[in-house]
Design a protein around this ligand. Structure first.
Ligand code: V47
Ligand code: SF4
Length: 372
């Protein structure tokens, strides 16, 4: 049962109106979203976000059993926040996995109750769509029930253009090979002024949204992210979430929204200080309040660390990313809390139970696998 928001006594008529809207399941406007970021206290935001979270999901907190494959960190782009990529000219400093090497990674989980492989990496000029079609087909031939969640809109945009396929043709090719859903990466911040300063050369906001819309119209679900805590301000965060909310109204294809905190280790934005945990919790809470048509808000625990991830569960989050083995480098290289992110299912269950929530193992599409 969701708590009672009347415990929030406020002298601000504007905040009272927003609380009234939340209690009546009415949508918060972008102006109101901005007001929440600027004027509401952390306690008020937490109470509102938790009220919505509990109304939607009670105490249920989802996780899944997955692992990552990062085919390469060689990348034609040079996003300023990226600590991970190597330009093609310096590819000997990076890694490039062959199809067989990636298949070995899948086979390493034979007999284990993993439900998802998450495939995402740099944009390598020589790894084209046909390379990935072969990879996906081989993964599916080996393990047909493994859900393949793969490729950010940035990777897809590049591989479709290189193969001279339109977005629908490209998506169909990958879907027919066995691609099941898309992860949410590459969204960063949609505002063109900020996007041009942090990742000028990759797909723009409209392209990112159109690729996800194309997938949704074919019945392929996806996630959405927002990279926050760098050059952007609250207006940019609200604009980003508003564009996603508008597309979700049309397609209903997004599963989850994942705010990603910018980490400043070893990248071209290292001079920027990282924002505080208070700002993290505010961002999760406003996301839960604003994104009323997104069923789930996910925290990526390797980036935040375990205690902060627990805290997010009181600020609107109802999903923690899976029991990832040491299979992703993108965050550890950017200075994330967890250098070798791996948590056993038992540890994740304990983490969730410690803060009074009910752990639910899910598959990628949020079907319940097991309740603990
Ligand atoms: O788009 C890169 C981010 C994203 C940094 O869909 C950084 O389930 C912080 O999207 N500091 C890719 N973030 C990963 C991603 C993701 C992760 C987990 C789950 C899902 C999902 C998707 O990583 C990039 C970028 O926004 N990123 N560098 C950094 N220095
Ligand atoms: Fe390449 Fe992705 Fe890094 Fe940008 S964030 S440089 S697209 S690997």
């Amino acid at each position: 049962m969701a708590g009672d928001l009347s415990i929030l006594s406020t002298t601000s008529p504007h905040l009272s109106e927003i609380i009234h809207k939340i209690q009546n399941e009415q949508r918060v406007t972008p102006e109101e979203g901005l007001f929440l970021f600027e004027k509401a206290s952390l306690a008020e935001l937490g109470a509102m976000a938790n009220y919505i979270r509990e109304k939607k999901h009670g105490n249920r907190t989802y996780f899944n059993r997955n692992f990552h494959i990062e085919p390469t960190n060689v990348c034609v782009f040079s996003c300023k926040f990226c600590s991970y990529s190597k330009l093609y000219a310096h590819r000997e400093e990076g890694w490039e996995l062959s199809i067989d090497e990636m298949l070995e990674k899948v086979k390493a989980y034979d007999g284990e109750p993993i439900t998802e492989v998450h495939i995402v990496g740099g944009v390598h000029p020589k790894m084209d769509i046909y390379f990935f079609v072969e990879l996906i087909k081989k993964i599916k031939a080996h393990r047909p029930d493994l859900h393949v969640k793969g490729f950010t809109a940035v990777e897809l945009d590049y591989m479709f253009r290189k193969a001279k396929l339109n977005r629908q043709e490209g998506m169909e090719l990958l879907h027919n090979a066995g691609l099941d859903s898309l992860p949410g990466g590459g969204a960063e911040i949609f505002d063109p002024g900020i996007r041009n300063q942090i990742c000028a050369d990759k797909v723009d906001a409209d392209g990112w949204l159109d690729i996800h819309a194309t997938a949704h119209k074919m019945g392929i679900h996806s996630n959405a992210t927002m990279l926050y805590g760098h050059l952007e301000n609250y207006t940019h965060r609200i604009d980003h979430m508003n564009r996603l909310r508008n597309l979700q109204d049309e397609t209903k294809g997004f599963n989850t929204f994942i705010p990603l905190k910018f980490r400043n280790h070893d990248n071209e934005l290292s001079h920027l200080p990282e924002i505080s945990s208070i700002e993290d919790m505010k961002t999760y809470a406003v996301a839960r309040i604003f994104m009323d048509n997104f069923p789930h808000i996910k925290a990526y625990w390797p980036m935040l660390g375990r205690e902060q991830a627990q805290l997010t569960l009181s600020f609107g989050v109802n999903d923690l990313d899976g029991t990832i083995d040491d299979s992703t480098k993108i965050y550890s290289m950017a200075g994330s809390e967890e250098q070798n992110p791996s948590m056993s299912t038992e540890e994740l269950i304990t983490l969730i139970k410690q803060v009074g929530r009910t752990p639910i193992e899910r598959d990628t599409l949020y079907n319940v696998v097991k309740e603990y």
